[in-house]
Design a protein around this ligand. Structure first.
Ligand SMILES: Cc1ncc(COP(=O)(O)O)c(C=O)c1O
Length: 428
């Protein structure tokens, strides 16, 4: 058998209905997000939210936001989404932002902007990012791509960034301090005010990664400040210079859109790239893309407009009630634990080392996968990750029942070799 990865390029065309049938058939092995069986990856706001997104997507499928003079509609969409989000996240009147293609791109742009500011305003030639071990891997990607050094600090027993260690790490070379609201692995919110103060003390940026929390935490506080509130974490905190909030996660928009806000237009300037010394004329881009699809921008605008504060509050309440039930259910099972005290929609499940009969996390993951539940692996510590969203709400009872069965099965199988390397993203 040939080992070539090359296949003949299709010669004859294929009729539309056959192409669509073929594509649809390929989805048969995909995770069943529409049935609420994935905890992460896809965030489903329900049939009306899908409808408004799909109609907006059809209208803007071919539009290109590379040039918002040619498509002023997309310029307005970007401006309004940023302005609405700045209001939600307590931005000052001068706050300004751009849309990006997702959390990673927002983070890359925030890091690049921090590096530029440190170089221009403070002459920093060897810039550093101070970040906790819990901060998203995209910050390491940014450091790698843009030539910054990382100063990684530990987390404390509650899994939040260790402020004393941040204080020790911050210095003249600091370009950026990263705080998360919440961080992905355990779902807890970092001490943002303290971290932002430390960044400010050396004139560095402080970016709050609210990719997961930006469209949850504000509504959670409105709904039940005692149960679901958090200490101040957004642009209302002095020293926070930028923040990322992903509309394509808990904003319930389809994939391809995040919002990166800066405290002021001056700070936002460090994010943009302008060049006119080639033969093609002036070239200016606000993020890493050139050609930029209008589809996710318009779909995100439509979803936010459709839901409004009231719609988000409704979805957040249902989601956080479900997450609370899930946490209680997991903690009630001998052998499992939920690290830290996450109050919102993210949590992880780890094995309780003190249990009489330990539960193997890879075996548990496989037993749940056999029941058609998708949870990403994470670690250390070895665990299963849940980002709970509105689509999971109707399935909580079934999931908890399957979890109990899966634990029994995992105990019977004992420790197994993981079927994969525990990563939650792959290259194929
Ligand atoms: C806290 C946090 N930040 C950033 C990201 C990266 O976002 P994206 O996958 O949209 O690039 C994620 C993804 O899960 C995340 O959880």
């Amino acid at each position: 058998m040939s080992s070539s990865t090359i296949q003949p390029f299709p010669v004859a065309g294929t009729p539309v209905d056959e192409v669509v049938r073929d594509l649809d058939a390929r989805r048969s092995g995909d995770v069943r997000w529409a049935e609420g069986r994935t905890f992460g990856l896809v965030f489903d706001g329900g049939p009306e939210v899908r409808q408004v997104a799909e109609e907006a997507a059809r209208l803007f499928l071919h539009e290109n936001a590379l040039n918002t003079s040619a498509f002023p509609s997309l310029g307005e969409i970007q401006t309004e989404l940023c302005a609405w989000t700045a209001d939600l996240l307590h931005g000052p009147p001068e706050a300004a932002g751009f849309l990006t293609s997702g959390g990673t791109e927002s983070i890359l742009c925030a890091v690049e902007a921090a590096r530029e500011r440190a170089a221009v305003e403070r002459g920093v030639v060897d810039p550093e990012i101070v970040l906790a071990r819990s901060a998203h891997a995209a910050f390491h990607k940014a450091a790698h791509l843009f030539g910054l050094r990382t100063r990684v600090v530990p987390v404390t027993d509650d899994w939040t960034a260790d402020v004393d260690a941040v204080a020790d790490a911050v210095g003249p070379s600091t370009a950026l301090v990263v705080a998360s609201a919440p961080q992905y692995p355990q779902g807890v919110v970092d001490p943002v005010a303290e971290m932002a103060g430390l960044a400010d003390s050396v004139g560095a940026n402080c970016h709050v990664d609210a990719c997961m929390g930006g469209f949850v935490l504000p509504f959670a506080t409105d709904e039940d400040p005692d149960a679901w509130g958090s200490p101040p974490w957004d642009l209302g905190v002095n020293g926070v210079t930028s923040i990322s909030a992903d509309v394509h996660k808990l904003g319930y928009a389809p994939k391809g859109v995040s919002i990166l806000l800066h405290r002021s237009r001056e700070l936002r300037r460090y994010q943009t790239f302008v060049f006119d010394d080639w033969l093609g004329g002036r070239y200016a881009t606000p993020n890493l893309q050139g050609t930029r699809s209008g589809l996710p921008m318009a779909a995100a605008w439509a979803v936010v407009r459709h839901l409004g504060r009231d719609g988000y509050r409704r979805l957040v309440r249902a989601t956080l009630e479900a997450a609370d039930r899930i946490r209680a259910g997991v903690r009630a099972i001998d052998g499992l634990s939920v690290p830290g005290d996450p109050r919102h929609h993210l949590l992880s499940i780890t094995a309780d080392p003190a249990a009489d009969v330990p539960v193997s996390i890879p075996a548990l993951g496989e037993a749940l996968a056999a029941r058609h539940w998708h949870l990403d692996r994470q670690g250390p510590p070895d665990g299963l990750h849940l980002t709970v969203s509105a689509g999971n709400v109707p399935t909580v009872n079934e999931w908890l029942a399957d979890l109990s069965d899966a634990v029994v099965e995992a105990r019977e199988r004992g420790n197994i070799d993981p079927a994969d390397d525990g990563s939650y993203a792959t290259l194929e």
